[in-house]
Design a protein around this ligand. Structure first.
Ligand code: HEM
Length: 554
């Protein structure tokens, strides 16, 4: 929880929060924690931004009192959850496979460029055709029940909840000893850092209730230092142009709410900031529950958990991030990324700006040809009508949740990887991270929650590796296949949906000041129509922030 200026909020402890939370005892032996001395090596844009931009986030958590507490207390493995560290949702389930060179080889092969997960988009058709012509993407189908912006709101949410900057890839590591550099609360620490006192670099020096914002030439851009590195609460929110645009929109949204709070008679800046932040958080949390979660898990599961309670994400003393969510289920979002986007409709000398999400040709360019982040130029802003439905026919759909990822994700720019090291295939990284966390198999979780597991036939493409991956499937691969088989890729299936929905609803229920714990709370900000309707969606937020098409005039 973010301390208010000069204050300690409920739940914050003056000693840095070394309280020990007891979890249920662990099951079968898991590999011992590989204690790593590996620091957070940050190359490229993440390296620089990491040191300038992280407020109360990664830097503070990893090196701060929580990190020291984790070392000093030597928790019994798997039995104790320390605040600030990752944990497990299904501590009694065994790892999906034994570590072995054959396992590493198989996972690397499944996730390689041109491998099972690669949609093999026809990149030669170019970024415009790949978003306008669905017939070019028979292998990487559109999801017309989501708009393209669902992906980036989802990524933004991840960056509010989880950030693992220390665990080594493909080396078994104990989650309960691994710090999560984000608070496991939907509290926008990625936007606010530690607040105006702890992270003054994020705030306007002439008005400390407001966040800093700059211009990119035509429209807004996140603040940047002399080297072009974003000065924001989480460096990953400048990883691509769309999430960077969302960060800028959230900054403007907060600043507009500050204006509203002042117009209602509040004057003392710390109180204005605190009141504005509270309103921003509650409206944002409302969007998560009312708009985002129903899109990705289905409304009936959301309603079921809200009415009948959580069954598997049940922390005993406070919220934490389970690796089943962080390392697998919530990475489903990687399957929704399109190969290319229209960033805006008329920002490129009056023409639309289309680009691949990543293109090696963009490396080293001042104004890259692709949609990577970390660069400022007049055309590098987001026209949101492509990403959310403003009712003008310009919206573009998302990709389905399935075992096909867009081809550019198999060759990420090194700057998008926080360690700065290969592998550059996102799919390989996700799969090897299952070894890091000794994740349970998707089938084991399906059985544990009473869902019918996928059959070996559903996963027959994995049988050829000869190590039983079709019966004990890496959780991330499983939830992608489950979505494909059970919902035709429109939403997550029973295992993926249950993990994701319980964690989101859980962190809100465990947060005393979330809107879910204010029974009569309703959105008080005007919707796009200009009237207060008691509802609030992404298009309303973007309109209130004045980054909507009408405000931009394009
Ligand atoms: C262009 C879009 C995206 C890119 C380039 C990207 C890239 C990455 C990379 C490089 C990692 C670290 C992988 C590792 O070493 O284990 C990561 C982690 C992760 N991603 Fe994404 N991602 C994108 C979108 C998304 C979306 C849409 C979601 C969910 C809706 C998502 C969820 C996650 C999660 C949960 C993690 C683990 C974060 C942590 O705790 O450190 N990502 N992503």
């Amino acid at each position: 929880m973010l301390p208010l200026p000069g204050a300690c909020n409920p739940g914050c402890s003056a000693d840095g929060g070394t309280t020990v939370m007891r979890q249920s005892s662990d099951g079968p032996a898991r590999p011992r924690a590989a204690r790593t001395s590996k620091g957070v090596s940050r190359r490229g844009f993440l390296r620089g931004v990491g040191t300038t931009a992280i407020g109360a986030g990664a830097g503070a958590m990893a090196a701060g009192p929580l990190g020291i507490a984790a070392e000093a207390q030597e928790p019994e493995r798997g039995a104790v959850q320390l605040p600030g560290n990752f944990g497990r949702m299904f501590p009694n389930l065994p790892a999906f496979a034994r570590t072995s060179p054959a396992l590493t080889e198989a996972l690397t092969d499944i996730g390689k460029p041109g491998g099972l997960l690669d949609a093999q988009d026809n990149l030669a058709a170019g970024p415009i055709n790949l978003i306008t012509d669905p017939t070019l993407s028979v292998n990487n189908r559109d999801n017309t029940t989501h708009t393209a912006g669902t992906t980036f709101f989802g990524q933004f949410l991840d960056h509010d909840l989880t950030f693992d900057t220390t665990s080594p890839l493909n080396v078994p590591t104990e989650p309960t000893r691994t710090p999560n550099a984000r608070t496991p609360v939907l509290d926008l620490d990625s936007l606010y850092g530690g607040g105006p006192m702890a992270s003054p670099q994020l705030y306007q020096s002439s008005d400390r209730a407001k966040l800093r914002i700059e211009s990119g030439g035509q429209f807004e851009d996140v603040p940047r230092d002399a080297n072009g590195r974003a000065v924001i609460g989480d460096p990953r929110n400048d990883e691509n142009l769309i999430i960077s645009g969302l960060q800028a929109a959230m900054i403007l949204f907060h600043n507009r709410v500050v204006d509203r709070v002042r117009s209602q008679g509040w004057t003392f800046w710390p109180v204005v900031f605190s009141e504005a932040r509270k309103r921003v958080l509650n409206h944002y949390q409302w969007i998560v529950v009312k708009e985002f979660l129903p899109q990705i898990v289905g409304r009936s599961l959301v309603d079921d958990i809200l009415r009948r309670g959580r069954r598997y994400y049940r922390p005993t003393t406070g919220a934490f991030m389970p690796v089943e969510f962080q390392g697998a289920a919530y990475r489903f979002g990687h399957s929704m990324v399109r190969p290319s986007y229209r960033a805006n409709l008329a920002g490129d000398d009056g023409q639309p700006f289309f680009g691949f999400i990543f293109d090696p040709a963009g490396q080293g360019q001042a104004d890259p040809v692709d949609l990577r982040g970390g660069a400022r130029a007049a055309r590098r802003f987001i026209g949101w009508q492509t990403f959310f439905d403003f009712g003008d026919g310009n919206m573009r759909p998302n990709k389905r949740i399935d075992t096909k990822l867009s081809t550019p994700l198999f060759d990420l720019p090194l700057g998008t990887i926080s360690s700065g090291d290969p592998p550059t295939s996102l799919a390989v990284r996700n799969l090897l991270r299952h070894v890091t966390w000794s994740q349970p198999s998707g089938q084991a979780i399906a059985r544990a929650i009473g869902a019918a597991p996928l059959s070996r036939g559903d996963l027959s493409e994995l049988s050829g590796y000869g190590i039983g991956l079709d019966a004990n499937t890496p959780l991330w691969y499983y939830i992608l296949k489950e979505a494909q088989v059970r919902t035709d890729g429109l939403t997550l299936g029973p295992v993926g949906g249950r993990i994701v929905a319980e964690v989101f609803i859980g962190v809100l229920q465990l947060d005393a000041i979330s809107y879910l714990n204010q029974p009569n709370w309703r959105p008080s900000l005007p919707a796009r129509s200009g009237s207060v309707t008691g509802d609030f969606r992404m298009v309303d937020l973007l309109t209130y922030a004045r980054v909507d098409p009408a405000s931009r005039g394009q």
